[in-house]
Design a protein around this ligand. Structure first.
Ligand SMILES: [Zn+2]
Ligand SMILES: [Zn+2]
Length: 340
């Protein structure tokens, strides 16, 4: 008798999430099978749901914030073994042959695979992953807490640690959602003078609970003026999806300060040359990170007690969890659980 698993798939662009039973997949060469315990629901899952990813094939099981346990190892796999707790994030594997890979720049791989897009992801009881996509999960870190750190976490952590900011510098996090609520915690724990920027006075107490030294309400305060009053931001980490909100921070950057873009907006950021030139300011993009970056994110989060705030939803209710995420009302990350 073939073993089976439950999975939630999308069969067509814009189609519904379908709970299906599938044969338990077998790992091929260089792959492992992960028994999924938890999977975060990310806004980027929209690329699967709506079929927006170029070359996407259906049916597809989404999910790139996966935490679980290796339960089977494919041929030719060294180091990794059954029973290891692992995560799979946005970085779903690199080719190893293209020019960026040959330079060691794996995140820029021209054939980068994304879990839950290039192959079936974590909205399921099990998934197959190449070993290049695996991150070890620290023993003390719960799978439900680990899951969102594999996309929202590594994206903010890695952008901050690779930025020019040093201990004591002003670092502002724009937005207090799935990414922002982690970004504020990381900024504080990394030793920055941490500023949270969001809409509405009611988010101030939350910002302070997360570790922010300062809170700017962009509905009633001039963001650039407030940042300037603090000495200017070495980094503004933008996690919002609103180009105008990003633009409004530029004049609050310190000399050599950088606006780092993590959130995608339909409207562009307006970059006034006059604001940029004299103070050597810049606007930068930053991708999430490799599997090793994810592993280091998990390790730092464990060390420094950074945890996501999550809403747990059972796997079979994935459609509800996705709608909740899309509504923007989730506090702050929806995580699907399999009960395994
Ligand atoms: Zn994501
Ligand atoms: Zn490559």
């Amino acid at each position: 008798m073939t073993e089976t698993m439950r999975a939630v798939q999308v069969s067509a662009a814009g189609g519904p999430f379908e709970l299906v039973t599938r044969p338990l997949p077998e790992p091929g060469a260089g792959q492992v099978r992960v028994r999924v315990q938890a999977c975060g629901v990310c806004h980027s899952d929209v690329f699967v749901k709506e079929g927006w990813w170029p070359g996407l094939t259906f049916p597809r099981v989404p999910g790139h914030e996966v935490a679980g346990v290796i339960d089977k190892v494919g041929p030719g796999v060294a180091f990794w073994s059954t029973g290891q707790r692992v995560g799979v994030g946005w970085f779903g594997g690199n080719c190893g042959h293209c020019d960026p890979c040959r330079r060691g720049d794996f995140i820029s791989c021209q054939f980068l695979q994304v879990a839950g897009i290039s192959y079936d992801g974590g909205y399921a009881e099990a998934m197959i992953a190449p070993v290049t996509a695996l991150a070890l999960i620290p023993a003390d870190l719960d799978a439900v807490d680990a899951a969102p750190l594999l996309c929202a976490g590594v994206t903010t952590f890695n952008a901050l640690r690779r930025s020019a900011a040093r201990a004591g510098d002003v670092v502002a996090v724009l937005g207090l959602g799935g990414l922002g609520h982690l970004g504020v915690q990381y900024a504080r724990k990394m030793g920055f003078r941490t500023v949270a920027i969001a809409r509405g006075a009611d988010k101030g107490p939350l910002a302070r609970t997360l570790g922010a030294h300062h809170y700017i309400d962009s509905d009633t305060q001039n963001v650039a003026a407030e940042l300037t009053a603090l000495g200017g931001a070495t980094v503004v980490l933008s996690t919002v999806t609103n180009g105008a909100a990003m633009t409004a921070t530029i004049d609050g950057l310190a000399p050599h300060g950088s606006l780092i873009l993590l959130g995608v907006s339909p409207d562009p950021v307006q970059v006034p040359p006059g604001s940029m030139i004299g103070k050597s300011r810049s606007v930068d993009g930053h991708p999430s990170g490799t599997a090793m970056d994810s592993q280091e994110t998990l390790a730092f989060s464990d060390l420094a007690a950074v945890r996501p705030m999550v809403e747990r939803v059972a796997l079979e209710r994935a459609a509800e969890g996705y709608d909740r995420m899309m509504s923007g009302k989730a506090r702050f990350r929806v995580v699907l659980t399999t009960g395994q």
